[in-house]
Ligand binder design. Structure first.
Ligand SMILES: [Zn+2]
Length: 230
């Protein structure tokens, strides 16, 4: 999950839907959770659900952007923010692996408490939805939820472009590939496929608005986020 930086706190928005434009300007028109590009009607997402936390429903600090699947699947229950990982607070790129089948896999590289939070986040956001039952906690998606399929497609495209670079590697072609990535989203998939290409990683960091560059070193390797849990 792409770690993002929302910039300075813009305070309160009432109605909260007025925050959509500044969020899109700063983060791009991408779901903060599943990372796909949304053509229109991206939702202002409340980390703490507005139903149970009306006092936070207008606060910039409580906002992200989400697609319909991520937004509706997340639910409205009371939650403790620290029980989960968040793309505006943690280096969530360190939380998950992605594969060619469109799976999101929770990492288990950390201590027990952190591994548990990664798994809870994976389930809460429906990133565990995939038609193949491959690991504990994984669930089949409904017919309306094709996030996994879009991930699989993004992976295929990224692999193809990477292959093409072995034949025609020019700065112009690299710029075009990054433009393609931005048109579809799935930052983490592009970053994973181009993991051994420093130049492409830098281009991706710069091209996707609001990527938290503090979460990566100058070789593009992920770092623990200052002030975050991960
Ligand atoms: Zn989403």
């Amino acid at each position: 999950m792409r770690p993002v930086d929302k910039g300075n706190d813009l305070g309160e928005f009432n109605p909260y839907s007025d925050a959509q434009q500044p969020l899109v300007t700063r983060l791009g028109e991408y779901c903060s959770y599943c990372e796909r590009w949304i053509a229109s009607g991206i939702h202002v997402e409340h980390k703490k659900p507005k139903k149970n936390y009306p006092e936070d429903q207008y606060r910039w600090s409580n906002f992200l952007l989400a697609c319909g699947n991520c937004n509706s699947g997340k639910g409205h229950d009371k939650l403790n923010l620290d029980d989960y990982l968040w793309p505006d607070c943690d280096n969530t790129f360190r939380a998950f692996d992605y594969d060619s089948e469109g799976r999101v896999l929770p990492k288990t590289d950390y201590g027990e408490a952190l591994n548990k939070k990664i798994k809870q986040t994976w389930i809460m956001l429906g990133l565990n939805k995939h038609p193949d039952i491959f690991t504990e906690g994984n669930q089949k998606p409904t017919v309306k939820d094709n996030r996994w399929l879009h991930r699989k497609e993004a992976w295929r495209k990224a692999e193809k472009r990477k292959q093409e670079l072995t034949i025609n590697d020019t700065p112009e072609r690299r710029a075009e590939i990054v433009e393609m990535a931005c048109e579809r989203g799935f930052f983490s998939i592009w970053l994973t496929v181009f993991a051994d290409d420093q130049d492409m990683k830098t281009r991706l960091f710069l091209a996707f608005p609001g990527t938290s560059t503090d979460c990566f070193d100058n070789q593009g390797a992920p770092l623990a986020r200052q002030g975050g849990q991960l």
